[in-house]
Write a protein that binds this ligand. Structure first.
Ligand SMILES: Nc1ncnc2c1ncn2[C@@H]1O[C@H](COP(=O)(O)OP(=O)(O)OP(=O)(O)O)[C@@H](O)[C@H]1O
Ligand SMILES: [Mg+2]
Length: 287
């Protein structure tokens, strides 16, 4: 367990995702297969959190419940102030569209839509932006992920890394506060995986997005502020990433000066907050 700053020194930050004693079982024939057995986790606005653990430990289940894609059997989930357990499907679908962006291992792009149309699709569904603005937003998003010259391409005409960039642009279409990723780099070679994770980390650093993602690759976990380790449907450990333990540069992320870049953490430089500023709230976060 790392140093824990005394509770009174921690500036209480805005908790955007609150998961409280969540249980989930899947019924298989006559048997209930437990996937989550009492998970509690608070994620603050602007944090980047990685979930790791062996296959079957419940990572995807927790991510899907966090994203309102699946409902908990027991327990409470609050997302951006909304108790999603009691929400009707229509309201939940709208909350998902407006508040969350999803990125998956297999990109999940619509194959008969161009890159531009794929990015426009969530905007069409939410209906918040007029048509002309939708196109301009989609173009700007694709340009921001380095695909300004590939907008009219179909997914089959793009590399895996490019398809994942389209998926990231699509996830950002409605300017969500939260980005959720399940094995985003699982189908990519290492170099492309690092590029994608650099892009995702930038969403936190430059735009203050909250990011929750699953990976099996410890190198990709290092992009997070901290990693939650799961085993058999429970959280067994939390650890800050190397950059935050050291309070220095991210080995895979160029010149990210974490203390200076963190818009929403307690005062960098105070003896109590450095170098464990990111790990301090762990004690309250995982209850
Ligand atoms: N739709 C489902 N129906 C039945 N059982 C399920 C379903 N989804 C998940 N499970 C079970 O719940 C448990 C947790 O699954 P989950 O997919 O969350 O694991 P995971 O940690 O994401 O694994 P992986 O690393 O292989 O993706 C497993 O025992 C799995 O078999
Ligand atoms: Mg999974």
């Amino acid at each position: 367990m790392p140093n824990v700053v005394p509770h009174s020194d921690v500036i209480i930050q805005d908790v955007i995702i609150q998961i409280d004693n969540v249980h989930k079982s899947y019924v298989m024939g006559k048997e209930a297969v437990p996937a989550l057995r009492g998970v509690s986790l608070d994620i603050r606005r602007g944090e980047m959190v990685c979930l790791m653990g062996p296959s079957g430990s419940g990572k995807t289940t927790l991510l899907n419940i966090t994203g309102g894609l699946d409902s908990p059997g027991r327990g409470h989930v609050t997302i951006d102030g909304h108790n999603i357990v009691s929400m009707k499907e229509e309201g939940l679908a709208r909350l998902r569209l407006a508040t969350m962006g999803f990125v998956f291992q297999t990109f999940n792009l619509l194959s008969n839509f161009t890159a531009l149309e794929n990015v426009e699709a969530p905007m069409v569904l939410l209906g918040k932006w007029p048509r002309r603005e939708r196109k301009a937003r989609a173009e700007a998003l694709l340009t921001s992920v380095g695909l300004g010259d590939r907008m009219e391409h179909y997914p089959s005409e793009l590399s895996g890394g490019q398809q994942q960039r389209v998926a990231i642009a699509r996830a950002l279409a409605n300017d969500p506060a939260i980005v959720i990723g399940d094995e985003m780099t699982g189908d990519l070679d290492s170099a492309t995986g690092f590029e994608i994770m650099t892009l995702v980390r930038d969403l936190k650093d430059r735009q203050g997005k909250t990011i929750v993602y699953v990976t099996h690759d410890p190198r990709m976990a290092e992009f997070a502020d901290y990693t939650v380790h799961m085993l058999d449907g429970r959280i067994v450990d939390e650890a800050a990433s190397a950059i935050h333990r050291a309070g220095g540069e991210h080995p895979a992320h160029g010149n990210v000066a974490v203390a200076a870049d963190a818009p929403d953490h307690d005062g960098a430089g105070s003896p109590a907050s450095a170098p464990y500023a990111r790990t301090a709230p762990v004690a309250e976060r995982s209850r």
